[in-house]
Design a protein around this ligand. Structure first.
Ligand code: 6R9
Length: 701
């Protein structure tokens, strides 16, 4: 942190205090947690034993002897000695009472296809058969890793639960990611089996998905990992949706191989609570994605407990989370949490606005959805395209969630008044891939809501904001700082797959008081977000403090974007910066400088876009690529990303006197801003909070 580069903590943040909204009485009357005394049960003096309450929601084969083992910080172990199976908890245990209740309702994107209910009994059958196939046809055993590159189809939860049944670690890569991105993750996790689907519907088109598996296998091979088998589910019975050939001896249609496993039953493997359940890759400061390793017992207890109290899921609810299962939200709050509670979880294949912005509300009406969960990006999009659509449909939500990005109070109010028809409670849940489940949220029947703030720490989670010198930033001070969690909780990831040093370095080193200490109090978890704390104890999350750009709720690493751009031969340097985007929150703009002697051309800029599409995926596609003569740099040669970020956002570039090449700044500004003006891309004026984000951008360099 340098003088010209103020830290988050030094920045005072001002915003208008929003009014509170009280939870409706009808909601309180039926809520799973309506008595504020629950906070006494989860008070700090009861930690860590308070989490027994979550673990007791599960069926255990053997009880644990130690709730929290802190002997090897910060590699916390929860419920040590306990044994359980996640698939058993999400499927088998519901059969006695609820075998013919829908576990999943799958809604295909084409409206000509009817929703399909998968009962708990049917789920049990499919999970067992696929588990048998994975075990006997693929030779998978406890502790092996399998990568999935699956879209939003019931086969995805089936595949996850089949792995969980065997104690095989699954790693689902978001279906929208490119084949190469998938291959990188296959290699990092050491998977020899890849599970995919031939195609799926998106925005009215049957997308060819199997071809990405071929790219993934090739990319993994380059990194030294051989994929032995590719299992291909088929989207439409007996038809093949892809142009890519099936490779003899490597690629297999699941429905064909399954013939041998019909009716098979696989005993759930009793796993230690500490055994890894899955990996979920996410982006961070460096180009290599991080495989966040989640445990079986701690994770499942945590998502079950938070689904019960914060999502207020009752077994008789119809719960719809519109996230993709390829992200952590889908793992925790479409699959594991809701199914563990034995509710009905809706899985929608397509995009929310297809074929029109009334679609989500038609689905809600048809299925009788009672709990709805989505992200600000989707809310903004639905508001823009169909501001009055919700009122045309006869559904009634009791509870709604927003997650993934900060939500503007104005957007929050539309969600509340129009989508929720003023009758639903809202939780703004703040958390991350690394965390397993919610960290900050109001408890819906207990706390009033405040638009734009997530609320206090959740039950048993004690957040704190530190400044750069580890001083506590006081509530109501109006100052921003780095939000940390003082204590471990059962949902916290166990490590970064294969990179334990990086795990310690990235999440704990900054504020660790004493690296020899075995006391958790000395090891606060650094979340990587800037935040402020109101006098009322509500946290307001400002966004990432590392080099991550949050596009439509998806974390994209600056370095990943830049290294994709640098695969284009003509490019010498690349810098990715965020620009404010009306719908997606942030979009990416890419600046490139060419190697000596190479002339700028549209062709090179197109190659950058293509490289990002193929290495990461279309979600990361930059809004603009700007070729510049040189990047603004410090005297030590570091690219000053905050300067170009300011230019892209029409913000003040601040002090540039310490640059090695300050003269370049005006050149870039004139060129970029002139062109953006011509294209009609002048953003609205930034709020003070957004200005501060841009000014602080790239400070981890
Ligand atoms: C669950 C998930 C994590 C990052 C996180 C933060 C942002 C998530 C938020 C929020 C404001 C909320 N974020 N929830 N910001 N309010 N309610 O999104 O995980 O994909 O890992 O992203 O998203 O910046 O650090 P992940």
């Amino acid at each position: 942190m340098t003088a010209e580069n103020p830290s988050e903590a030094q920045i005072a943040v001002h915003w208008r205090e929003e009014d509170y909204y009280q939870p409706p009485a009808t909601f309180i009357a039926q809520a799973n947690a309506a008595d504020p005394a629950i906070f006494d049960r989860f008070a700090e003096e009861r930690f860590p034993e308070c989490f027994k309450e979550y673990a007791d929601l599960l069926d255990w084969d053997a009880y644990w002897h130690t709730t929290l083992d802190t002997s090897n910080p910060p590699f916390w172990k929860w419920f040590v000695g306990g044994r359980l199976n996640a698939s058993y908890n999400c499927v088998d245990r519901h059969l006695a009472k609820d075998r013919n209740k829908a576990a999943l309702i799958w809604v295909p994107e084409p409206e000509s296809e009817d929703p399909q209910a998968v009962t708990y009994q049917e789920l049990y059958k499919r999970v067992n058969e696929f588990a048998a196939l994975l075990r006997d046809f693929c030779g998978l055993k406890t502790g092996d890793r399998v990568t999935f590159h699956l879209p939003m189809v019931p086969e995805l939860p089936v595949s996850m639960l089949a792995c969980a049944r065997l104690g095989v670690i699954h790693s689902e890569v978001f279906g929208g990611f490119s084949g190469t991105a998938c291959g990188d993750r296959v290699a990092d996790s050491g998977s020899h089996i890849l599970v995919t689907m031939d195609g799926y519907y998106r925005n009215g088109e049957l997308v060819d998905h199997k071809s990405k598996a071929d790219e993934a296998v090739e990319a993994a091979a380059k990194l030294g990992v051989e994929v032995e088998k590719v299992l291909v589910w088929r989207r439409r019975r007996g038809q093949y949706a892809s142009k890519a050939a099936m490779i003899e001896g490597r690629d297999f249609f699941v429905d064909e191989v399954m013939g041998d496993y019909r009716g098979s039953l696989v005993e759930p493997v009793s796993m230690p609570a500490e055994a890894p359940l899955f990996l979920m890759y996410t982006s961070g400061t460096t180009a290599r994605p991080k495989g966040c390793q989640h445990s079986t017992g701690g994770y499942l207890a945590y998502v079950t407990g938070t689904s019960k109290y914060y999502q207020d899921i009752h077994p008789e609810d119809t719960y719809w989370c519109m996230a993709d299962i390829g992200w952590i939200t889908g793992h925790s709050y479409i699959v594991y949490g809701p199914l563990s509670l034995g509710t009905t979880s809706v899985v929608y294949e397509g995009v929310p606005t297809y074929p029109d912005p009334g679609r989500p509300w038609r689905i809600a009406e048809r299925l009788g959805v009672t709990i709805f969960h989505t992200a600000p990006t989707a809310i903004r999009m639905l508001r823009k395209l169909g501001p009055d659509e919700p009122l045309r449909y006869n559904y009634r939500f009791k509870h709604m969630t927003t997650v993934g990005e900060p939500i503007e109070p104005d957007v929050w109010r539309w969600y509340h008044d129009v989508v929720g028809k003023g009758q639903a409670v809202i939780v703004d849940t703040w958390w991350q891939t690394e965390n397993g489940g919610f960290l900050g949220s109001t408890l819906p029947a207990v706390h009033p809501m405040k638009p734009g703030s997530c609320g206090p720490g959740v039950l048993g989670v004690y957040p704190v904001i530190y400044d750069e010198d580890r001083n506590v930033v006081e509530a109501g001070s109006g100052k921003a700082g780095n939000i940390c969690i003082r204590n471990p909780w059962p949902g916290i990831f166990q490590t970064i797959w294969g990179q334990p040093e990086r795990f310690v370095e990235l999440y704990y080193a900054k504020y660790c008081a004493d690296t020899d200490s075995k006391d958790w109090h000395d090891w606060p978890y650094l979340a990587g977000d800037g935040a402020t704390l109101g006098a009322d104890g509500y946290f307001r999350i400002l966004g990432r403090i590392d080099d991550v750009i949050n596009v439509a709720g998806h974390r994209l690493g600056t370095k990943e974007l830049e290294s994709a751009a640098l695969t284009v031969e003509e490019i010498a340097e690349a810098a990715a910066v965020p620009v404010m985007d009306e719908l997606r929150g942030r979009a990416v703009e890419m600046y490139i400088a060419l190697k000596p002697g190479i002339a700028a051309s549209k062709d090179i800029e197109d190659k950058v876009v293509a490289a990002i599409d193929s290495r990461i995926g279309k979600i990361a596609r930059p809004k603009n690529v700007w070729t510049v003569a040189d990047m603004p740099k410090t005297r030590s040669g570091k690219i000053m990303r905050r300067v170009i970020a300011s230019i892209s956002n029409f913000a003040d570039v601040g002090d540039i006197t310490t640059l090695a090449n300050p003269e370049i700044v005006d050149d870039i500004r004139h060129r970029v801003q002139r062109e953006k003006s011509v294209r009609g891309e002048v953003p609205r004026e930034l709020t003070s909070q957004e200005r501060e984000e841009i000014e602080a951008y790239g400070q981890t360099d």
